[in-house]
Design a protein. Sequence first.
Length: 252
Amino acid sequence: MRTKIVAGNWKMNKTLPEAIQLINDLKSMVKPDKSVEVIIAPSYVNLPKAVELLNDFPIKVSAQNMHFADHGAYTGEVSADMLKAIGVETVILGHSERRAYFNETDDILQNKAHKAYEKQMTNIFCVGEQLEDRQAGKHFDVVKNQLSKALFALPLQAYKKIIIAYEPVWAIGTGETATPSQAQEMHHFIRESLAKKYGRELASHVRILYGGSVKPANAAEIFAQPDVDGGLIGGASLNAKDFNAIIEAAKS
Ligand code: 13P
């Protein structure tokens, strides 16, 4: 049995006062339940406050990115040790917006994934194809390539702290969701790829989240797919009522 995860990627949204409000709203609304792990990923500047406010509540705090170096002359960047020192043990890596707007390549992501493993951080690793890849029937190849280039150099034990998020780029922020069967098909493919590389036992334990226009209205149907272990939520995670409804949809 894989425990479901509902993670909110706040992206570049919420000032500190707005973040505090949203976290307090979540604390008053969310009913913790063993069947779902909840994670939120505010922006860097709001992380210390988020950790402090959630110290007494079972919502984990994640960063949205980090650098692969330990320290040094990388103006504007944040290291794993900096995150860990403020109590952040989880990081989203390889989001399609990082790949598209900040030129994160598979090589960079391999270094970042390796650093997350070395520092024993939970790595929510994102993969997903562009619309033209899907139209050309190349979506499985694209996702397989992203996985193998960035993650498959890691040893088996690294997967204790790896969560994979399948986010088809054409479904992010567009209102266009993958159908439950499109999501299931890709999640099954990802699990089979893990099984071929690391064995079936490992593959059966890795959580694979779906991301891309998940809303209260479509969450339950997507989460009901056998290889979908929850969601990585963008827009709908910025509203406590909607995010809580999605958490409710993941409960079993
Ligand atoms: P939306 O839920 O806004 O489509 O964003 C998904 C996403 O990119 C989460 O990381």
